[in-house]
Design a protein around this ligand. Structure first.
Ligand SMILES: [Fe+2]
Ligand SMILES: [Fe+2]
Length: 247
C-alpha cells in the first residue's frame, strides 16, 4: 500500500492562517510517515519573498518526501521565482513503487484563472507515457478539473479542462489531486477519481466548511480517500479500481 497525505491552500502569512493547525498537521505527518506529502498549491497569499520564507520554514519541518506544486496565489508578484528556488521545478514526475505521479503548474502570473497551456501538452504526454506497466497514475495540479459544489459562480476550472480531461482519461490516470477553492470534495469521472483538498490551515472557509486535509491510500485494488478534520472526524470514500489487464 502507498499512502499519500494531500494538503492544500495553507496560505501562510495571511490573516487567515492558523499556525496551531499547521503545528498539528506537522506532528501528524511526521508521526504517520506517509510515502509522500503532496501540497497542491497556494502556500502563500501574495507570492512575496517573506511569505515564501515562512512557507519554507513550515514545510521544512515535514520529515517525509514532498511534492509541491504552485497555486495562483504563489504566482502573484513574480512569486514563481521563489517557488522554483525553494521547491524546484513547477513540472515534476515522482515515482513511488507502483505509483507514477505527474504534477503541473496551472497558475498564470497575477491571474486567478488557471490553465495548463498548449505548450505543456507534449511534456505531459511524455511524463504520463513514462509510467511503468501497471503503475497507478496520479496527476496533481492546483485549479479544479471539475466544478465542486459550494465554490460559488464558476471561474475556478482550468480554462483547458476539456483538453486535459481527455489526456488524463486517454492515459488511464486513476487519481487527480486539486486544491484552490478550499472545498474538500471527490468526484468520480469515467474510471478516474478527482480529489479536491480543502484548505489545511486557514479559516478562509465557505459556509460551514472546516479546515481539512486528505489521506489517500492506494493499492492495486482500490483508492481510499479520507478527508480529515482537526477534531479527528473523517469523510471516507472507497473507490475500487477496474485495472486494465496488460495485453
Ligand atoms: Fe487558496
Ligand atoms: Fe487558489
Amino acid at each position: 500500500m502507498t499512502r499519500l497525505y494531500h494538503i492544500s491552500d495553507i496560505h501562510v502569512a495571511s490573516k487567515y492562517f492558523q499556525p496551531q493547525l499547521m503545528e498539528q498537521l506537522v506532528d501528524e505527518v511526521n508521526r504517520e510517515r506517509p510515502d509522500l506529502l503532496v501540497i497542491s498549491g497556494d502556500l502563500t497569499d501574495r507570492g512575496l519573498a517573506y511569505e515564501y520564507e515562512e512557507a519554507a520554514r513550515w514545510t521544512g519541518r515535514f520529515e517525509v518526501p514532498m511534492l509541491v506544486t504552485p497555486g495562483n496565489h504563489d504566482s502573484r508578484n513574480v512569486g514563481y521565482v521563489h517557488f522554483e528556488e525553494l521547491y524546484g521545478s513547477r513540472y515534476r514526475v515522482v515515482r513511488l513503487p507502483g505509483v507514477h505521479i505527474v504534477a503541473a503548474d496551472s497558475s498564470e502570473p497575477d491571474l486567478d484563472e488557471g490553465r495548463i497551456g498548449r505548450s505543456i501538452y507534449p511534456w505531459l504526454h511524455e511524463a504520463l507515457d513514462s509510467a511503468a506497466e501497471g503503475d497507478l497514475k496520479v496527476f496533481v495540479t492546483h485549479h479544479h478539473l471539475l466544478p465542486v459544489p459550494g465554490a460559488g459562480r464558476e471561474r475556478n476550472i482550468l480554462q483547458d479542462a476539456g483538453d486535459l480531461l481527455k489526456v488524463l482519461v486517454d492515459h488511464g490516470v486513476e487519481l487527480v489531486l486539486n486544491g484552490h477553492k478550499h472545498v474538500p470534495w471527490v468526484w468520480r469521472f469515467e474510471e478516474m477519481l478527482i480529489v479536491n483538498a480543502g484548505t489545511a490551515t486557514t479559516n478562509r472557509l465557505r459556509g460551514k466548511g472546516r479546515p481539512s486535509f486528505a489521506i489517500i491510500d492506494l493499492t492495486d485494488e482500490a483508492i481510499t480517500v479520507r478527508h480529515k478534520y482537526y477534531d479527528g472526524s473523517e469523510d471516507t470514500l472507497h473507490h475500487p479500481l477496474k485495472r486494465r489487464t496488460p495485453a
